[in-house]
Design a protein around this ligand. Structure first.
Ligand SMILES: [Cu+2]
Length: 103
């Protein structure tokens, strides 16, 4: 593909962190599972939830964050500001559970 380099550059520009703040982590949602099931990050890092499954999902931590419905092929991000263990689920499929460990 002639324009592959330009496409990659554009994608990097979109996903690069703003400013000198935190790193960016990705949680892939696929096969009714959050991967990784446990993700450790630092305060201010960004977590991008990318729905690569065949059905919509949410990433919801009561009292902390709620993505709302993430359509198939879409993503949503959050920047946890306080340290601690954050258990989250998919509201549409309560058996889907995972954890963010914010240091
Ligand atoms: Cu779900």
């Amino acid at each position: 593909m002639r324009n592959a380099g330009a496409v990659v550059a554009a994608l990097l520009a979109v996903t690069a962190p703003l400013g000198a703040a935190g790193a960016e982590h990705t949680v892939v949602i696929d096969a009714m599972t959050f991967k990784p099931a446990v993700l450790t990050l630092r305060k201010g890092d960004r977590v991008v939830f990318r729905n690569q499954d065949l059905v919509p999902h949410t990433a919801t931590a009561q009292g902390r964050f709620d993505s709302g419905v993430i359509p198939v092929g879409a993503s949503w991000s959050v920047d946890p500001k306080t340290a601690g263990r954050v258990d989250y689920v998919c509201l549409l499929h309560p058996s889907m559970k995972a954890v963010l460990v914010v240091r």
